[in-house]
Write a protein that binds this ligand. Structure first.
Ligand code: 2NL
Length: 348
């Protein structure tokens, strides 16, 4: 190679290399540029290989110049590499940045299910009157669910139509929580003051007013000298706690196999105070069934029905929740739709 050509190439490569290295936009592009500028086939490398065959007087000087250009370009490559790596870091840092001055996200509070709200309030009224809370199994035997309650073998409530039997003979999903109170009487002597809240089941096709699952609070008081007047007084106190001190109670005769006499209980409407409105219709809200415990039920549990008397009542929780919160479809209670449930946020 002609020494003057070699000199020209070195100077050209110094300029061209620096420009290319400076333009490399990524580590990958920089590596390709490095091969082009400093690799085996690069013009600088060709000059380097030709030095050995140059005349003695040129060899020294061109050798020094070649090394200078090579060192300079290598340094440029490493500078550019450091810049690109630093840029990648900075990009990562800004993508991951956390603004510590932003206000925190407040977690949404949960809410109680309306049936839980009503059940808790009702149970609370009775526990303050001195009642204990009893719970029991949801799968019951026919003795506790029917026979002990004086519901005879041929009673329509026992047929498959109204009850949900499980595939163990004689076992069914309880149709009321009375069974829990039968169990309480079987396990202890009088006096008994107990409420049994919980789920009950019916064989029904769900629509706005029928469901498969119901919730009840049943109550039972058995002692010496308990009268129908005690039942009325207890239910009046309960109604006033739940619906306000102006609430009046109306009792009309009704029949349940496990009580005698039995009655239907209505309360004066808490919206119109008995005048008649959209909520109640005629001023009264029918709320529960009740009565004096049938002597046969007491005897079935080993209680002396000559000495002890008692009253019992069964309150439908759905019924109370519907009038209280203006719910017009039973299915809303079981569907778990958040748009329904979140309306009870903050209600205690
Ligand atoms: C209703 C009617 C009622 C009872 C439940 C009861 C329990 C025992 C003994 C006697 Cl252990 N009675 N419970 C009594 C009368 C009515 O429920 O319509 N509930 C929604």
């Amino acid at each position: 190679m002609d020494p003057s050509d070699a000199r020209r190439i070195l100077e050209e490569e110094r300029g061209r290399g620096r420009a290319l290295i400076g333009r490399a936009g990524s580590i990958e592009e920089l590596d390709r540029t490095k091969t082009g500028v400093l690799g085996r086939k690069a013009p600088v490398s060709e000059v380097q290989r030709s030095i050995g065959s140059l005349p003695e007087n040129e060899r020294r000087e061109l050798g020094r110049l070649t090394n200078e250009v090579l060192a300079e370009l290598r340094a440029e490559v490493e500078n550019r590499r450091a810049e690109l790596e630093g840029g990648a870091d900075a990009e990562l840092l800004s993508a991951d940045a956390v603004d510590v001055t932003l206000p925190g996200r407040r977690p949404r509070p949960g809410s109680f299910h309306p049936l839980t709200l009503v059940e808790d309030r009702m149970v609370d009224v009775f526990t303050r009157m001195g009642y204990r809370v009893a719970e029991g199994p949801e799968i019951e035997d026919e003795w506790h669910n029917f026979e002990a309650l004086n519901i005879p073998l041929d009673h329509p409530a026992r047929t498959m139509k109204d009850s949900l039997y499980v595939d163990v003979p004689g076992m069914l999903l309880r149709t009321e929580t009375s069974a829990v109170q039968i169990r309480t009487m079987e396990s202890q002597g009088p006096p008994v003051y107990v409420v049994a809240p919980g789920r009950t089941y019916r064989h029904d096709t769900p629509d706005a007013t029928h469901g498969t699952v119901f919730h009840q609070v049943e109550g039972l008081a058995v002692d010496e000298g308990i009268s129908f007047a005690d039942l009325r007084g207890t239910l009046e106190a309960f109604a006033r706690e739940l619906f306000g001190t102006n609430t009046r109670v109306r009792m009309t005769p009704d029949y349940f196999p496990f009580v005698e006499p039995g009655c239907q209980v209505a309360v004066s409407c808490f919206v119109c105070d008995g005048a008649g409105c959209r909520v109640c219709g005629n001023g009264w809200i029918e709320l529960l069934g009740a009565g004096m415990v049938h002597p046969k039920v007491l005897e079935n549990c080993g209680y002396d029905s000559e000495r002890y008397t008692g009253f019992a009542f069964g309150i439908g929780i759905e019924r109370v929740a519907m009038v209280r919160y203006g719910v017009n479809d039973l299915r809303l209670f079981v569907e778990g739709d958040v748009r329904f449930l979140e309306q009870f946020e903050g209600v205690a």
